[in-house]
Design a protein around this ligand. Structure first.
Ligand code: ATP
Length: 368
């Protein structure tokens, strides 16, 4: 992933090390957002003493449907500015089906944030930790290990702000694909693949849509810059089939905005559901780390939400901050999650278990 800060050289014994302070804007949001966010903060605070050269300074910002009900704006300017200035943003989840704009659309301040900060690169990794957690048969820990790279700023979401009249007979959404937008996301996907198995699959619909033919052409041009990476293409309908029948054929999947939105839920299902799927939205200057799931109003307030996706998103943030201590802390979180999930009795309700949100986090912290 593009890194905000270059990795500092290891401090030599004779040189006094200075503490690096990272300002983290925390946006708990709505529904289960605050519940899972609190657990990620608990994990980060537990790790803080071991990060001797890096300190995380958290500032909570009021954003989301509840903030809209309080003051009429789901993303107040002061909160937006705090996110822009922060070293990283940690976000729970936002929006509620019952809270809408006067024209009926749901509030989506998390998408507004993505667009305004130009967080073009959506990284959505999934990994299977235990065979019991996948709906697919005969897949074992580590067998399913995919990264979906989603273009976040254009594609089929590009006209989402265009309203339509109530009496319209025809409403169109526009698939916007630009050379610049495709080049930068394709390069990000190729760079990510170099940290993995070196294989990028473009998921498109180039057999039907001219915009997707263009998407593929630009992708092919960028692929020439990465001769060490295997590049191929698959139509989005076939990708849906292969992801169920033979997901091991993929490593990094690159998609436009809407296809990525849909397929990231599908790949989350392969490893146990939304509670297992972290994500990062990254731009050249800023980055937001949040679970792939939404506010899950059906389980909010019950204390049963799975905090794993949020905790793994916090690990992605630590890695992105690229300080040796935060990178080491990220690896510890991943190892702890792996160890907890190796025991199939330690699960929240979404995975058929009995642990509460807090109890599952306790288990992760025990492993740390
Ligand atoms: P959005 O449109 O914001 O992505 P959504 O309405 O598609 O949200 P989610 O809020 O992600 O959907 O919820 C989808 C389903 O997954 C719900 O049944 C919800 O309870 C479940 N779910 C989501 N996140 C979690 C979690 N962390 N733990 C347990 N179940 C979850």
């Amino acid at each position: 992933m593009p890194l905000k800060h270059s990795v500092d050289p290891a401090p030599s014994a004779s040189v006094a090390t200075t503490e690096r302070v990272f300002e983290i804007a925390v946006l708990p949001g709505d529904g289960i957002g605050p519940e899972v966010c609190a657990e990620a903060l608990r994990v980060l605070c537990h790790l803080q003493p071991a990060m001797r050269g890096a300190r995380l300074a958290f500032t909570e910002q009021p954003v989301g449907a509840a903030e809209y009900l309080r003051h009429g704006d789901p993303l107040p300017e002061a909160a937006f500015e705090a996110c822009r200035r922060a070293d990283a943003v940690l976000l729970g989840a936002m929006g509620l089906p019952s809270v809408r704009w006067p024209d009926g659309r749901e509030l989506t301040p998390q998408i507004d944030l993505r667009e305004r900060l130009d967080l073009y690169c959506g990284l959505r990794p999934v990994r299977l930790y235990h065979t019991n957690d996948s709906p697919l048969k005969n897949f074992h820990a580590g067998d399913l290990d995919l990264l979906l790279v989603r273009e976040n700023t254009e594609g089929l979401f590009s006209t989402r702000h265009h309203g339509h009249s109530v009496n319209a007979d025809r409403v169109c959404d526009l698939m916007t694909i630009t050379r610049r937008g495709t080049e930068r996301i394709a390069r990000a996907a190729f760079r990510e693949s170099r940290k993995r198995r070196g294989h990028v699959t473009l998921v498109d619909k180039a057999n039907v849509m001219p915009s997707m033919v263009f998407f593929r052409q630009v992708f092919n041009d960028v692929a020439k810059e990465f001769p060490d990476v295997q590049a191929d293409h698959v139509y989005v309908d076939a990708a849906s089939l292969f992801l169920i029948k033979d997901p091991r054929r993929f490593d990094v999947l690159l998609t436009e905005n809407l296809f990525g939105d849909i397929l990231s839920d599908l790949i989350a299902a392969l490893v146990g559901g939304m509670g297992m799927a972290p994500s990062a939205d990254i731009g050249d200057e800023c980055a937001v780390f949040q679970p792939s799931h939404g506010t899950a109003p059906d389980i909010a307030g019950k204390g049963i939400a799975n905090p794993t996706a949020m905790i793994l998103s916090a690990a992605m943030m630590l890695e992105w901050l690229a300080h040796p201590d935060t990178v080491a802390a990220a690896a510890r979180i991943r190892r702890a999650v792996e160890q907890v999930y190796a025991d199939p009795t330690l699960r929240t309700a979404d995975l058929g278990g009995r642990l509460t949100t807090t109890q599952l986090t306790d288990k992760i912290i025990e492993q740390l």
